[in-house]
Design a protein around this ligand. Structure first.
Ligand code: NAP
Length: 323
């Protein structure tokens, strides 16, 4: 709570999983009685637990079954993010708890970042910046980079954001193919059911699936080998989708050409071996991190809570909670 803000008189108690975005938190504090989980002692949590009807979290929040089991009045978990792999949705459903997220409003930003990482990795933009700053230019030109326009793009996950990436890739005259759980005949892109076959046929492999058990370490040593020594991996999905050790080895051994990574297995920690690799471009999970998009996400996450507690249907339930 900001020092000037009086506690809301609302009778609706909401547990915030931490100090959430400053675009989200003040809206929550104005409308509900907010308890910040990370600032509660176990005794304080036990005291408010019977009153808590809502949970507010970010895409990185962990909302496990044992926490929800402590909250008998819980009705809704509202996540400010499209990925909700930290929420035990099966346990929520078993407890008749609705889960919402913030799809679509971040598609442009995440797709923009994916293209940015593809260009940054293949054209060596961060290395080029370092080259100029280090005063190396007068001594000679940088090594030649890899052309992106016209290359073959493989997208792993052709959902809302995957399609926004594909749309942008067309402006670069790229050939687009994809894998997903099922083919989408309405899309003008080739569906390749086998991830290995897709990797083999791609110059750039971009990951944009959800995280969680079903996609855990989908990208392993054989997939990286199939991508090959001229291939680039871009991960804007979740760190869990990639076997990070296998990726580090593939980069160190030249099994693949380079990578652009926005997400990591153990955020915010990034392995030293990755930090040491010049052919990797690293960003700190900023897929949706523009002011406009974060505001839209905060508003949607808040409006899901507001709608529910006004007795109206939520706006954007996760697929598992849709009627
Ligand atoms: P979406 O519309 O639900 O699309 C997900 C896609 O992944 C779908 O095409 C789906 O296949 C595919 N998929 C799911 N499980 C799969 C599996 N086991 N194997 C292969 N493909 C699988 O989701 P979205 O809105 O595009 O978001 C995708 C993810 O991006 C989020 O869940 C989040 O983890 C990540 N994300 C990251 C950032 C960031 O800051 N870096 C920001 C936003 C989102 P079907 O179409 O066949 O169902």
């Amino acid at each position: 709570m900001s020092p000037t803000q009086a506690p809301s008189a609302s009778p609706i108690h909401v547990l915030s999983m931490g100090r959430l975005s400053p675009l989200f938190m003040p809206q929550l504090q104005a409308a509900f009685r907010i308890h910040v989980l990370t600032e509660l002692t176990p005794e304080e949590l036990a005291e408010v637990a019977p009153l808590v009807r809502g949970i507010a979290g970010s895409g990185e929040s962990k909302v496990p079954a044992d926490l929800m089991a402590q909250l008998p009045a819980l009705e809704l978990v509202s996540i400010m993010g499209v990925g909700y792999d930290g929420v035990d949705v099966a346990a929520a459903k078993a407890q008749q708890v609705m889960v919402t997220h913030t799809p679509n409003v971040l598609n442009d930003d995440v797709a923009d970042l994916a293209i940015g990482l593809m260009l940054s990795a293949s054209r060596q933009l961060p290395a080029a910046d370092r080259y100029v700053r280090a005063g190396l230019w007068p001594a000679g030109a940088m090594p030649l980079a890899r052309k992106m326009s016209g290359a073959r793009l493989g997208i792993v996950g052709m959902g809302r954001i995957g399609q926004a990436i594909a749309q942008r890739a067309l402006a670069f005259n790229m050939t687009v193919a994809y894998t997903a759980r099922s083919g989408k005949p309405e899309l003008p892109f080739a569906f390749v059911p086998s991830l290995l076959a897709l990797a083999e046929a791609s110059d750039f492999l971009v990951l944009i699936t959800p995280g969680g058990a079903a996609t855990r370490r989908l990208i392993d040593a054989p997939v990286l080998k199939a991508l090959g020594p001229k291939g680039f991996l871009v991960n804007v999905a979740r760190g869990s989708v990639v076997d990070e050790l296998a990726l580090i080895e593939a980069l160190e051994n030249g099994t693949i050409a380079g990578a652009g990574l926005d997400v990591f297995e153990d955020e915010p920690r990034v392995p030293d071996r990755l930090l040491a690799l010049q052919k990797v471009v690293l960003t700190p999970h900023i897929g949706s991190a523009t002011a406009a998009t974060r505001q839209a996400m905060a508003d949607l996450a808040f409006n899901n809570l507001a709608a529910h507690f006004a007795g109206q249907p939520v706006l954007t339930p996760v697929p598992e909670c849709q009627p």
